[in-house]
Every structure is written in C-alpha cells, then in structure tokens.
Design a protein around this ligand. Structure first.
Ligand code: SPQ
Length: 429
C-alpha cells in the first residue's frame, strides 16, 4: 500500500503533455485482435494494469500476443482459434475485461472460470450473465451467477433482441460480442447512448453492424479480419489535468491527441458550461475515432446541474468534476448517476467522504451529489480506497489545498494511468 504526500507549490501547472492511450479502446483492440484472422498491430496501447489483465487472459486462451510498452502485436486465428484455458482467468480490477470477456466466452465451446479482485467481486455481473444465458451460454457463479467467481461453458448461441435496463457500454459490448457468432440476428437497445467504441472498432475489423439511435444490430457468424489500431489519448485520464488546469491558479496546459469521441465528451461540455477557458484544435480521425489537442487555462467556474443523457458521456469523470465544483461559485447538482455506486468503489460515497476530509461542502444524494462552492480546501490524510479515479482526483485536489495531503493506496493509479504522478510533477516545473 503506497502512501503519497503532495503539496501545492503555488507556481501553477504549465506545459504541453500527452496522456496514455484510451483504456476502453485499448481493451477492445486486444480483444478483437485476438479473435480476428491475421496479425493486428496496436500503437498507443495503454500499458496500465487493467489492459495488461486483458492481454494475460487472452494469452491464457491460447493467443500469441507480444507487448512492449505501448506497442502490441496479436497473432489471431479467429474465434475458433481460442483454446480452453488451463487456469482460472483473472481480470484483476477491470470490469471491462470481465464483462466483455464473458461475452466472448459465451461463444466458445469450452469451459472457463473468471475471477477478479475484491472490488470485482462486489460488481454486478448479472447485467451480462442474464442476456448471455438467454442466448444459450451456461453460466454459474456466486449468488446464481450474479457475482464472480463465474464459470462459463459457451457455444450454440441464438441471437437475441435485448432491451437493456442500463446505459452500459459493457453490457452492449458483451451482448454484441456474443451475437457475433450466434445463429441469426442480435439486437440491443439501451435507454441512453453509452460509449460506442465497440461499434466503431467492430467495423474497423470488417464486421457489418447497423447502429440506429439507441439500437445496434448485427448478424451472427461473422469473422473479423486483423487491422492496425492507433489508440488516441484517454479523455478520462486527460480530465484530471483539464480540471487541474482550470482550478490551479496560474496554469496553462495543452494535452495532445486526446480522443474526442462524442459519446465521451460530456466533461468538455460541462467544463465549457461551468466557464472554463478551453480550446480544441488539430482535430483528426483514425479508425473512426476522432482526436484533438485541448488547451485549458485557469478559469473562473460557476456551478451547474449535470443530469440525464449527459451522465453516460462523463460517468468516469464525476469524481474530478466534483472537485471542480468545490472551486465553482454557487451550487453544482449531479443527478441520475446511480451507476456510480457499482464502479470500482461506490464512487458517490467515496468522493463525498474523501472531499469532506479536505473541507469540501458536499453531500451525497440517492443518485448523485450536491456541492457548494467555492471552498478553501485544507490538507489531510485521505484514501483512494483502491479506486484509481478517486486517487487521481485527490492528487489534483492536493495541488490547491492549504498544507500537505497524504493519499493512502495511491498505487491504484496504475490501473489506468501509470505515469500520472510523473506527469503531474512535470507540469509543476
Ligand atoms: O473497466 P471498469 O473497471 O468498469 O472501468 C471504468 C473506469 O472508471 O475506468 C468504470 F469503473 O470505466 C468503464 C465505464 O464506466 C469502462 C467502460 C468500457 O470500456 O466499456 C464503460 C463504462 O462502464 P459501463 O457501465 O458503461 O459499461
């Protein structure tokens, strides 16, 4: 358990940086490359713990994968090239690995067991095991297959017309990946649009699918063909430095090549609405994912309400938005975000508990939080509770507090952003 002590230096954060590759895209590039025919090359891969868990699981399924930093080569032999694993597949802390892997294993005519860490054991898996069972997969596990450890025997699936009760990219992706090899058509409709990296990347691997509003549909028995994926920077990682740039006095930060897929850019809309002075330039597209450079400087922020369809577009950024709200004039209300309770931690409770320790005026509600600004935060002992996004939010908070902040379990940042503390230091000089 690492303890990190951070102090504000009063000089502001300045510089031009890049952030590591997008986590959602990195996972999918490894997974789709593993079931495609031929050699898939990934550049800009995120070598964080979550994506390395995905690589390890597919190696155990018999796929040859070579990885050096952000360069990955995958020698795929199609979905039928996957082999029954000898050992239990361990997804570590990664919900994406767990749920998308289950969707793929629903296709494979062999037996697998999936486990993860203590956090994964608390996250609901029924949201994917239920539709996969309806399609024909044989799944069991703790509490009737709702929680890990899970066992799965796949194969002989039938397409499904599934109306998902949650706006979740992991549910959508698991069902589509199962549908890829099923008999007939698979259609999924979600209540609000979740991130669409699976749809974009499946097309890049040669799959035909139809996306129309909230409904996605594909025919079964499709084979994927290897391709080259360049992963743009992760906006969810950039978000920590964007908020830092806005709230730390005397700051100017430019972040290069950040993914600006519209299903992920809720944070940019919210920062603009709060009054952040931010510009977006050099917009380009690679394998249907748009990316751009984002510049932000110290800004005067105002509280706003964040709710409804915006929530899935910024769900992972709510911890850092809550910190921004402590420095915004007036009230910020975050609603319709009950999904935060089933992330790596209960992120409503964790954000509120830890920010209260720093002196924030913040209250939890049933499906979000209410924050009054502006408050002068003060240093204290805080804890990431093993949640990477809480750890990084607290590290940015420590740049504006009076006094020293000690963050327990700070190593959790390695899940999605191993170079986070080094890059934060770089911006301080
Ligand atoms: O992979 P994991 O652990 O679920 O990661 C998180 C995160 O904060 O990094 C959530 F805890 O991101 C999810 C995100 O919340 C990644 C993801 C994806 O890549 O498909 C989708 C979102 O979850 P959901 O519930 O919409 O499927």
């Amino acid at each position: 358990m690492d303890m990190m002590s951070v102090m504000a230096n009063g000089k502001g954060l300045k510089g031009v940086i890049g952030v590591p590759g997008d986590k959602s895209i990195s996972h999918r590039a490894v997974m789709f490359g593993s079931i495609a025919h031929g050699k898939t090359v990934i550049d800009g891969f995120l070598p964080g713990e979550d994506c390395l868990s995905t690589i390890e699981c597919f190696r155990q399924l018999g796929v040859k994968i070579e990885q050096e930093n952000d360069h990955v080569e995958i020698f795929g032999k199609g979905i039928k090239g996957l082999q029954e694993p000898n050992e239990i597949l361990n997804v570590g802390n990664s919900g994406t690995t767990c749920r998308l892997l289950l969707g793929m294993l629903a296709n494979t005519p062999f037996f697998s067991c999936v486990v993860g860490d203590d956090s994964i054991a608390k996250r609901p898996m029924q949201r994917v095991t239920e539709p996969l069972k309806v399609m024909g997969a044989i799944i069991d596990g703790r509490e009737q297959g709702c929680y890990t450890p899970l066992s799965i025997r796949g194969g002989n699936l039938k397409g499904i017309n599934y109306v998902s009760p949650v706006a979740s990219a992991q549910v959508k992706s698991a069902v589509l990946l199962a549908g890829l090899q099923a008999e007939g058509t698979t259609t999924l409709t979600e209540p609000m649009l979740s991130r669409d990296h699976t749809e974009r990347m499946l097309r890049a691997f040669g799959c035909h699918l139809v996306a129309d509003g909230l409904t996605v549909s594909l025919e079964g028995k499709q084979e994927l063909q290897a391709t080259h994926i360049e992963v743009p920077g992760d906006l969810s990682s950039a978000a920590f430095f964007l908020v830092a740039g806005a709230i730390v006095p005397n700051s100017h930060i430019t972040i290069k090549k950040v993914c600006i897929n519209p299903t992920r850019t809720g944070i940019l809309d919210v920062l603009k609405e709060m009054g952040a002075e931010m510009t977006i330039s050099n917009t380009k597209t690679h394998v249907s994912e748009p990316y751009a450079d984002i510049h932000i400087k110290t800004s005067s922020l105002t509280g706003i309400e964040i709710s409804g369809e915006t929530i899935p577009r910024l769900i992972d950024e709510i911890p850092i938005i809550a910190l921004a709200a402590t420095q915004a004039k007036g009230t910020t209300i975050i609603k319709d975000a009950g999904e935060l309770k089933v992330k790596e931690t209960n992120r409503i409770d964790m954000v509120v508990n830890e920010l209260v320790k720093l002196g924030a005026d913040i209250e939890a509600t049933e499906d979000g939080m209410v924050i009054q600004g502006t408050t002068n935060l003060r240093g204290n002992f805080v804890d990431s509770h093993g949640d990477h996004r809480i750890g990084m939010m607290l590290a940015i908070a420590s740049c504006i507090v009076n006094g020293e902040t000690s963050i327990d379990n700070s190593e959790s940042v390695n899940v999605s952003f191993p170079s986070f503390f080094d890059q934060l230091e770089q911006l301080k000089h």
